[in-house]
Design a protein around this ligand. Structure first.
Ligand SMILES: [Fe+2]
Length: 291
């Protein structure tokens, strides 16, 4: 049995200096001051962090948007939070669009969180692969800076072809794909979609994976993607781990636990959803078998 927890979209915020309010950050800061700061709450993240640590999981995946405006103070805060979660060996992080909010900060996630974003074989960059027990964590990066009012992501051809190779090399393991953007977006989220999602789905259809986990939409969701030879790949979206309550289509703050058992002949995977209720306590709100 291998137990993985997935936390996503923390949006840890810091106060920008005037000189840091250039370009897209100014709009993002207005957006934050007008409403998002009432949605993403440090006390919610604290409650969820305490809860996940009490669950004694084997590994924790953090699927992007750790920070809000990609400010140095935010990267530092997220680094400290990662260290409270666990050692780099036991916690795997990937960036989201908010972690590379403007072009100047593209190197920053690796600079601040590099040891949490590195494969077993050492080199940094994406995709990277970590094997824990009979599980392969295959980490992708869709984080690219975008223009105002955009929150799109992109993998790029080079990452996609290396991803295909990583899936082929780990086919005997329970392959979990970590990605920030969802592999499929409704038309209403066109400005927030993964631009090369169709290419991603094609690689998955050809090479297969046992599970894909993502964030970005701040919404609990399970869909099934086509795998090879008529198989289906569950793709699970996690809520924000800092959201105070449900908001529009967004779910209340929470996270997911995946319990993986069996072997390549017959995998089993159960998902447990945990959520922070209005009274501030975090509890299980449901479980479902993905396999
Ligand atoms: Fe995002």
């Amino acid at each position: 049995m291998f137990v993985l927890a997935q936390l996503s979209d923390l949006h840890m915020a810091g106060r920008p200096r005037l000189s840091e309010l250039a370009s897209k950050r100014a709009l993002g800061y207005i957006n934050w001051q007008r409403g998002r700061k009432y949605i993403h709450r440090p006390e919610v993240l604290d409650a969820i962090t305490r809860d996940v640590k009490a669950q004694a999981v084997d590994h924790i995946a953090v699927t992007g948007d750790l920070v809000n405006l990609s400010l140095p103070v935010e990267y530092e805060r997220a680094r400290a939070w990662l260290e409270t979660l666990g050692a780099p060996h036991d916690v795997t992080a990937i960036p989201g669009n908010h972690d590379v909010y403007v072009p100047a900060v593209v190197p920053s996630p690796a600079a601040y969180w590099g040891d949490y974003m590195r494969g077993d074989d050492g080199p940094s960059g994406f995709p990277f692969v970590r094997q824990r027990a009979n599980v392969a964590l295959i980490a992708l990066s869709t984080g690219v800076p975008t223009g105002p009012f955009m929150a799109t992501g992109r993998l790029g051809q080079r990452q996609l072809s290396n991803f295909a190779e990583a899936l082929a090399q780990t086919h005997n393991l329970f392959r979990i794909v970590l990605i920030h953007h969802p592999p499929l977006s409704p038309p209403a989220r066109y400005m927030r979609r993964l631009i090369d999602a169709e290419d991603l789905r094609q690689v998955l259809a050809e090479h297969g994976a046992e599970l894909l986990i993502h964030g970005h939409d701040h919404e609990r969701a399970v869909i099934r993607l086509d795998g090879p030879r008529g198989t289906k790949i569950p793709a699970v979206g996690a809520p924000s781990a800092s959201a105070r309550g449900p908001h529009g289509h967004e779910s209340a703050g929470g996270y997911n636990i995946y319990r993986i058992d069996g072997d390549a002949a017959a995998w089993r995977c159960e998902m447990i959803a945990r959520e922070r209720g209005a009274d501030g306590t975090v509890r299980e709100i449901g479980r479902q078998s993905l396999f």
